[in-house]
Design a binder for this molecule. Sequence first.
Ligand code: 3H9
Length: 697
Amino acid sequence: MSHSVSYGRDGDVGIVTVNNPPVNALSSHVRQGLTEAFAQAAADDTIATVLICEGRTFIAGADISEFGKPSSGPNFLETLGAIENLPKPVVAAIHGTALGGGLETALCCHYRVAVPSARVGLPEVHLGLLPGAGGTQRLPRLMGAQAALDAITNGTHIGAKAAHAQGVIDELVEEGRLREGAIAFARNIAARGAPLKRVRDLNDKVSGVDPRIFDVARAAARKSKRGFQAPLNCIACVEAACTLPFDEGMKRERELFNELVTGSQSAAQRHIFFAERAAAKVDDMPADVKPLAIRTVGVIGAGTMGGGIAMNFANVGIPVVLLEMEKAALDRGLAVIRGNYERTAKRGGMSIEQVEQRMALITPTLDYAALATVDLVIEAVYENMEVKKTVFTKLDQVAKPDAILASNTSTLDVDEIAAVTKRPHKVIGTHFFSPANVMKLLEIVRGAKTSHETLATTLAVCKAINKIGVVVGVCDGFVGNRMVHRYISQANYMLEEGALPHEVDDPVYELGFAMGPLTMSDLAGLDVGWRIRQGKGLPEKLPPGERYCEIADSLCELGRYGQKTGAGYYRYDAATRERQRDPEIEKLIVEHAKTKGITRRAIAPTEVVERLMYSLINEGAWILEEGIAQRASDIDVIYVYGYGVPSYLGGPMFYADQVGLDKVYARVCEFAKADPASWHPAPLLKKLAESGGKFNA
Ligand code: 3H9
């Protein structure tokens, strides 16, 4: 038998045990082992069989790394058929997470018991897939069509207690006594001669369902998951469960699953799944480095960023000291935090008591001395080197010697900041994205002297506050903003060359981006970049041979800072914040081109997409070459979680691999020939293009 599945007995009950660390995924050898173990169980003179897993979890799904590769061993339906067709009771004993193919396996058992801490769910939609081993046909038969529709299209994890209430789990057993509880349950079922409960034979919860629920679900998915195919296929499958006999529903599920698993969206989403996990790994981190315990945190600055950062800690029960210089600013910051929580409570996302509990975890102060005992301080003050240096000098004096000092800078040199302290090994950058309480991404900026311990601790903190952390090196703008600078510049160059704002934005929106570059600039505030450019003495101090477009500066001079002033590249409706084209700006752009002597031309949407995507990709290649990012997939994670690139594109570097690096490089060279001041083809891109390589090899 396969080494990952064993068969044994506990008296008159057969025990099938899966042991495939780390998460007991249903790799081909596990399916082989299960098929053989259940054949043994069928032949054995036992009264029932228990299916249980070793380690931290029940089966957490199919082995994601096997998709897209030639299959071997028995397929899912053969293995699960061997379980479901066993002529004596089979009981799944669930701990940890029974997800995807794991829950589908449990649904083929005749009964399910679980410890209260367990969770179940069909999260395949997050991988651009649907539950392809009968989950879409069985779950609605147990919990009802609407509940299953919600769970499958959103990929929700359901706690064991709720799953018990919904009929998915038959019995909850005491924590730590799963094996004994499952065996006792199985014996009891067998002794009672209870019928084998095969979910496929249940029908009452899927008949008589109002067909309009599917149209409502489709409309919601098209809005909240624009461009994603998997949610629509999931809905079609649950609909099939309610309109077709079981076997035909299974056939439909198979067809729609195959469509997804062979498609580009799922390949990209699977890439992001592994990329996200790889991002947490630091190549040169010694195995024995242990993160420090972070029990309390200080945040300096109660503005939009500081307030959002403080909320992250309060949300997971970590006390925060929030420091401001003036009482009015502190009060304003606290009021914004409270307002955010109260809005969540109003929408049903938390109770009023929870609002108060979280507020109680935030201690406001005007005194630096209040930071003397915290384990980590995150500074979120104005983005200016001199201001940051003053803050860090003071911080170094008041913070306890082993406290970590972090800067929420989005562009500045962390090494220069660290140099004003006596503990540069304890200094690190934590670049949160706005709104900091919502956005999942955290760029963790590793300085030249940042210690492994400081880095490991920051990664652990990042996980604790449910963010996705990516370690980056020091350079202007780090990874995300350095690349976005090229992207926004191209957007502006296209304005002066012939496009209007919507003609630049719409093609990438159509590609799937949450918004185009100019709409994004309007949302972020045009004044931010303007101040940075002024600080750098631009355009006067522009290096020779570099290109500069003055349109954004002209907008700022007119007081058009973007959405917050109701106008930027577009005009914004005060009530709906909806963007409208603005003839005044379109005129300004045309006149600007005339002044610069540029003959405007029509720019096709394909060229817009190429110039925007390839400007990101080419800069990404420079970043990889310089070692600012550890791996191409880290850049993809940054763009999916921080810049509104849909996971179904897999991020810019994955996108480049799909287009083909030879094609990308050839176009970049053409652009560079036409405009050598703004395009500098990256040597790494050239090398990979010529060798037939990929960024994500
Ligand atoms: C499916 O089931 C399709 C079916 O319908 C059948 C169709 C025919 N496969 O996340 P972690 C690895 S689709 C392979 O850090 P945690 C992961 O890469 C699947 N590997 O731990 C990592 O490796 P490494 C549906 C997997 O405790 C290590 O395990 N199921 C899989 O924070 C630890 O993972 C899902 O979508 C897998 N299925 O969270 C569940 N899962 O150490 C996906 C994990 O080398 N998994 N790995 O970086 C999860 O949501 C989380 O991993 C879980 C544990 C909650 C289980």
